[in-house]
Design a protein around this ligand. Structure first.
Ligand code: XUL
Ligand code: CO
Length: 437
């Protein structure tokens, strides 16, 4: 079989002293972190849409990427060839998973039937390549935002026919995900949101979105797809207000619509920051409520206000992610999907390797650092001590629900004043974290 990356050998772990840019310095797939191999803990995934379909275009100019294997056409043959290239890349990188949208892997046809036919023809190659290489599908999803028919949204469109089209598309995407052994299925809002509230029946649109998810879950059950459904928060872009705004908004939606036992969350860094949160906040919020299912690992740019989807290289960030992920015992069946793209100026195929190696090493380091912090228990001790007034006495009674406002008034009248507060020691704690980096 032709090699599309002839100059790149399988990426090996060479350790922190290596100067080889095409080697891992920290990601050692078999090394144990908290009793689990890095490969099983991190479950890295390559995002098909960015890595194999990203062109580097931006609002000011066309694509720049050089992809010698791609003839630039929307033919099924080109899509099939691209799939073979993708698997060479993923196996050389050593990522165990990949993710796709239906329309990234196969071209859209003139009709739904033709699109389904194209999708099947490429899925056949994906299946062969999965079997040949052992690479698995972390999740599948449907692109319900690129085609102009979705200009007003998909499940939340004002046009009922568009809802029906989206349903048919998601039905097929779930079936193909099932056929390929996908371990999850993702709903990201696409254009589910609004540009102007004056022309929008928000209540009705949200009811339709809930109906859509229930129908998807019903269909999954009917065909025996047992993968985890994931809802991916994002506050804005492309619409000015996306209904899946952040973890809290998604949770409210799932809870209000009886979807908590069917859907968890896929949290993405750049979406968290666009919502005015840190990634750690979003992860902790979801994890505390038992719905942190998977992550889209990337990062934004401090000085650019949009979703730049850069590869994560900041060890502080990955340490924070891994503190939460280790805190809940991992992500499986979810994983760490690089929903990230090389920048427009990094247009050569080898840049795809550098980008993923950097992201994987950053997460491996984050995992090791977070495990060391957790092993020493300093942070946990600080938090435990900070809340100790709740472990006995009046605090324990409040938590147990055995006291009323009348009891609390009596307690405080007798005591006269609250015990003195103690320092939060933020600076000390930040210094402690730096000791591990
Ligand atoms: C868009 C985004 C999507 C989802 C899948 O910002 O993150 O690629 O991850 O539809
Ligand atoms: Co994403």
């Amino acid at each position: 079989m032709a090699e599309f990356f002839p100059d790149v050998k399988p990426i090996a772990y060479e350790g922190p002293k290596s100067k080889n840019p095409l080697a891992f310095k920290h990601y050692n797939p078999t090394e144990l972190v908290e009793g689990r191999s890095m490969q099983d803990l991190l479950r890295f995934s390559v995002a098909y849409w960015h890595t194999f379909r990203g062109t580097g275009s931006d609002p000011f100019g066309p694509g720049t990427m050089v992809r010698p294997w791609d003839d630039g056409s929307e033919s099924v043959e080109n899509a099939q060839k691209r799939a073979r290239v993708a698997f060479e890349f993923i196996t050389k990188l050593g990522a165990p998973f990949y993710c796709f949208h239906d329309r990234d892997v196969a071209p859209e046809g003139a009709t739904l039937a033709e699109s389904n036919k194209h999708f099947d023809a490429v899925a056949k190659v994906l299946k062969e390549e999965q079997q040949r290489t052992g690479v698995k599908l972390l999740w599948g999803t449907a692109n319900l935002f690129s085609n102009p028919r979705f200009m007003h949204g998909a499940a939340t469109s004002c046009n009922a026919d568009v809802f029906a089209y989206a349903a048919a598309q998601v039905k097929k995407a779930i079936e193909v995900t099932h056929e390929l052994g996908g371990e999850n299925y993702v709903f990201w809002g696409g254009r589910e949101g609004y540009m102007n509230l004056y022309n929008t029946d928000m209540k009705r649109e949200l009811a339709h979105l809930a109906k859509f998810m229930h129908l998807a879950a019903d269909h999954a059950k009917a065909i025996g797809f047992k993968g985890q459904f994931l809802f991916e928060p994002k506050p804005k872009e492309p619409t000015k207000h996306q209904y899946d705004f952040d973890a809290a908004a998604c949770l409210n939606f799932l809870r209000a619509n009886g979807l908590m036992d069917k859907v968890k969350l896929n949290i993405e860094t750049n979406h968290a920051t666009l919502a005015g949160h840190t990634m750690m906040h979003e992860l902790q919020y979801a994890s505390d409520q038992g719905v942190l299912g998977s992550i889209d690992a990337n990062t934004g740019d401090l000085l650019l206000g949009w979703d730049t989807d850069q590869f994560p290289t900041d060890i502080y960030l990955t340490t924070q992610c891994m503190l939460v992920i280790l805190g809940q015992g991992g992500l499986a069946p979810g994983g760490v999907n690089f929903d990230a793209k090389v920048r427009r100026e990094s247009f050569e195929p080898v840049d795809l390797f550098y980008a993923h190696i950097g992201g994987m090493d950053a997460f491996a380091r984050g995992a090791k650092i977070a495990a060391a912090i957790r092993k020493d228990g300093l942070l946990a001790d600080i938090v435990k001590k900070r809340y100790r007034s709740w472990d006995s006495g009046i605090g324990a009674k409040i938590e147990a629900g055995t006291v009323s406002f009348v009891d609390l008034e009596k307690y405080m009248l007798e005591k006269g004043n609250a015990d003195k507060n103690e320092s939060g020691r933020q600076e000390l704690i930040e210094n402690l974290i730096n000791d591990y980096l």
